[in-house]
Design a protein around this ligand. Structure first.
Ligand code: NAP
Length: 113
């Protein structure tokens, strides 16, 4: 993908992470250890990638989409798919290379590591 990203303008990689990958929340949330570990690993991979491609002008950002009413999130989740997706699109459109390496929520606010 790198040649395509390098050829792009304001290229930005968005990795869909989760609050369950947060060390800060790990002692209070999430019963599925493997899932939590996979998202923590994704965050580390994203940070390392952000550093590696920054000089190419490519950004990498991790987004927690919220607790969303999908198959995975279930019917009790706080956000509809439309609410989460619309907010994520707005947030992505506001990002620049200066945001590379951030772990953020659907609404663009910083998520604790
Ligand atoms: N929902 C939430 O509250 C929530 C919270 C935090 C983070 N997330 C993250 O948001 C992302 C989307 O989650 P979701 O809530 O939309 O989950 P979902 O409703 O369970 O949908 C998961 C999607 O991934 C596809 N998929 C699963 N395994 C795959 C594989 N091996 N290869 C290709 N596609 C595969 C499924 O395809 P099929 O339909 O064909 O099986 C499905 O379209 C995930 O990364 C999840 O970790 C979700």
């Amino acid at each position: 993908m790198l040649p395509l990203l390098r050829a792009g303008r304001d290229a930005m990689v968005i990795n869909v992470s989760s609050q369950l990958g947060s060390m800060a929340l790990a002692q209070t949330m999430g019963a599925d250890t493997v899932y939590n570990v996979s998202k923590a690993a994704l965050n580390m991979l994203s940070l390392k990638t952000a550093t590696a491609v920054r000089d190419d002008g490519i950004g990498v950002v991790m987004i927690h989409p919220g607790w969303v009413r999908t198959d995975m999130g279930g019917p009790s989740a706080a956000l509809t798919v439309d609410e989460s997706a619309n907010a994520i699109v707005d947030t992505i459109e506001s990002l620049s290379i200066e945001d590379s390496g951030r772990f953020i929520r659907w609404d663009g606010t910083d998520h604790p590591w």
